[in-house]
Ligand binder design. Structure first.
Ligand code: ADP
Ligand code: MG
Length: 257
């Protein structure tokens, strides 16, 4: 197991009193697995990723990474959120360079690594473009390149494509699946979109409304070579999304917002 949640609960102290975001979460993510977490807004999905990243500890239970309790700032994971946070004063190449600079990688080696990544993500020719000159898709690709820069074992992705239009989103989904497979990454991918949850996953965990807990974990046996462009016509895919929707729909009334 690479990432394991064991009886995890998290309660925040707020001005209005204690707020339990998640409770009794048990989930073990195998090395190389692509697991999606899907559930209504406010059910604690981001909270769970934050704990795997070591941003804060659970109130009860244990979050483990490679067998050890997660310590503050888990350096072995890469974290990506909906907001790319590209630095506007740096071009694409220098944005991807940031995590390597932080790690103190030598300039030459770092530049080579960045160029390789930009090529891998189809950004060749745009190295010197600033974020304001890049399309939405290219910004996402730049953020993905930066995420992969120091070659983290595991990727924690929090609704990374949430703000994109449908077509671009599909493109980025194809891209992340390709990267996860070829680079053999372990991925925990949070989404509130059931289609996205199923189309990317080896397994998907469905959460209840807050306090969030796992209602169901479903295997998604659609294969490694699934074609996201035609998946929606696949009957196995349709059965799975229908089944998941049956689990998710009772939570709709209790979602925040
Ligand atoms: P999701 O990502 O599923 O939408 P979150 O994990 O962001 O849910 O939040 C779950 C609940 O915990 C929400 O009600 C949110 O307001 C609350 N919450 C999250 N982080 C904090 C915090 N640092 N302090 C207080 N409450 C928080
Ligand atoms: Mg969230």
């Amino acid at each position: 197991m690479l990432i394991a949640y064991e009886n995890v609960g998290k309660t925040f102290e707020t001005l209005e009193g204690d707020l339990t975001a998640v409770r009794d979460v048990n989930l073990a993510v195998r090395r190389g697995e692509f697991v999606t977490l899907v559930g209504p807004s406010g059910c604690g999905k981001s909270t769970l990723l934050n704990m795997a990243a070591g941003l804060f500890a659970p109130t009860v239970g244990t979050v483990r990474y490679d067998g050890e309790e997660v310590a503050p700032y888990n350096q072995r994971v890469g974290y990506m959120t909906q907001n790319d946070h590209l630095l506007p004063w740096r071009d694409a190449r220098d944005n991807v360079l940031v995590p390597l600079e932080i790690r103190g990688m030598g300039r030459g080696e770092a530049q080579d690594r960045v160029d390789e990544l930009l090529e891998q993500l189809g950004l060749k020719g745009f190295e010197r473009a600033y974020p304001s000159q890049l399309s939405g898709g290219m910004k996402k690709r730049t953020a993905l390149a930066r995420l992969l820069a120091y070659d983290p074992e595991a990727l924690l992705m929090d609704e990374p494509f949430g703000a994109l239009d449908a077509q671009l989103r599909l493109k980025m989904q194809i891209e992340i699946l390709r990267l996860a497979r070829t680079l053999r990454k372990t991925v925990v991918f949070v989404t509130h979109d059931l289609d996205e949850a199923v189309s990317l996953a080896d397994r998907t965990a469905v959460f209840s409304a807050r306090p969030g807990t796992i209602i169901r974990v479903v295997d998604v046996p659609l294969g490694e070579e699934r074609d996201l462009l035609t998946l929606r016509r696949d009957s196995a895919y349709r059965d799975l999304t229908a089944e998941l929707w049956d689990h998710l729909s009772p939570t709709v009334d209790h979602a925040e917002g």
